[in-house]
Design a protein around this ligand. Structure first.
Ligand SMILES: *Cc1c(COP(=O)(O)O)cnc(C)c1O
Length: 371
């Protein structure tokens, strides 16, 4: 493999296998909807979507109009749902892309109906219920039913789904998860009595593993399809394999006498004579500055501490007083090398965040290439 300054290697077979695995967790008849928003959580939406479909996903979901346009044009025969709020201008884009649309309030329903009529094709709508996330949607059953009936009565709209989102599926000690499911279950019973054909969906990746009661007709899975652990632990415990690795190389190796400093602000000084390696990627690539003096990078299968401040385009690593590392050696920030591996969950813990943010942060400057 030729060396590159910074590259995200994506293992599409892993995404496919993760979907097969997830699908096997789902209740009979529950569809797998692969969530490929935010450029497939940083993995590349197009490749992720095609791998997920090969692994048994039967639907796709995105968050924004731009994402719907990209994915809808490419996968015209696959039902696509745009989850997020849309402006009137964005509605036109999403409908042209053939996507199904979330509806969360009467004002938006009216805009959507208007735009669908103008395009001459009924819009399939998924009505959003707020069972406790506190974002889009009404918390009131009567208001929800009125919205569903208004959609049904409008020839330019077609009720296709009812859905909610769970706030604490990944927090195993939270009873709020059960409260939300109780509320949504009651709503599903009421709505299906009147509109038996609608698809009910609530589960994200964590919910799929946590409780089969959340599965309903479809599960919207993102993080797990990429082999990231929804519970921020070890993905292999769920049979998931991480699909992304972030790789660079050692561009320079230099002698540091005791007291010499690396990087902006002299945030690290060699405590003793040592060798320092320079790796040419930084926060401009999505390697967060919070990793300054707070990360490890694999070189020759060994963990080398990141020392000093993360710059926009460079980081430095302490190779120790006696090293065999040479310029040109591969450097791995996320992923396996030799016998060891650095997981996105480990990086996330250092940054006091979640694996989702770590892979989403990898910037557009980093090419995504097949592993
Ligand atoms: C992002 C998203 C998902 C996917 O969640 P994961 O935890 O990544 O599986 C599901 N539903 C909605 C509404 C989302 O925004």
């Amino acid at each position: 493999m030729t060396m590159e300054r910074a590259v995200a290697r994506i293992d599409f077979d892993a995404i496919r296998a993760n979907c097969i695995r997830l699908k096997s967790e789902l209740s009979e008849g529950t569809e797998l909807c692969a969530v490929v928003k935010a450029d497939g959580y940083g993995h590349g939406a197009d490749g992720a979507a095609s791998a997920a479909l090969a692994g048994g996903a039967s639907r796709l979901a995105v968050a924004t109009a731009g994402e719907a346009e990209q994915i809808g044009r490419r996968y015209q025969h696959i039902p696509l749902l745009t989850l997020g709020a849309l402006t009137a201008a964005e509605v036109d884009i999403v409908l042209s892309a053939g996507s199904e649309v979330s509806v969360w309030r009467e004002g938006f329903r009216a805009v959507l109906a208007d735009r669908a009529r103008a395009q001459g094709r009924p819009a399939k709508v998924h009505l959003k219920f707020d069972s406790g996330m506190g974002r889009l949607g009404t918390t009131d059953e009567a208001e929800f039913l009125a919205l569903a009936r208004a959609c049904d009565a409008d020839p330019s709209l077609e009720p296709a789904g009812i859905w909610t989102h769970l706030a604490t599926a990944d927090e195993l000690d939270s009873g709020f998860f059960d409260e939300q499911l109780d509320r949504f279950e009651a709503l599903v019973a009421t709505v299906k009595a009147e509109f038996p054909g609608v698809l009910a969906h609530a589960a994200n990746s964590a919910a799929v593993y946590r409780d089969r009661r959340s599965h309903f007709d479809m599960a919207r899975c993102g993080v797990a399809i990429y082999g990231l652990d929804p519970f921020q632990g070890d993905p292999s415990e769920h049979g998931l394999a991480p699909a992304l690795s972030l790789r660079s190389y050692v561009a320079d190796v230099k002698r540091f006498p005791a007291g010499a400093s690396a990087g902006y602000g002299q945030q690290w000084m060699a405590p003793a004579d040592t060798w320092v390696g320079v790796v040419p990627l930084g926060y401009g690539d999505g390697v967060r500055r919070g990793l300054s003096n707070n990360a490890e990078i694999l070189v020759r299968g060994r963990r080398q501490p990141l020392v000093g401040t993360v710059s926009m385009d460079n980081v430095t690593i302490d190779l120790g007083p006696d090293t065999d590392v040479e310029p040109g050696d591969e450097a791995v920030l996320i992923g396996p090398q030799g016998e060891d591996a650095i997981f996105a969950e480990e990086v996330a813990a250092r940054l006091d965040t979640i694996n989702y943010e770590v892979t989403c942060a990898i910037s557009a400057r980093v090419p995504r290439r097949p592993a």
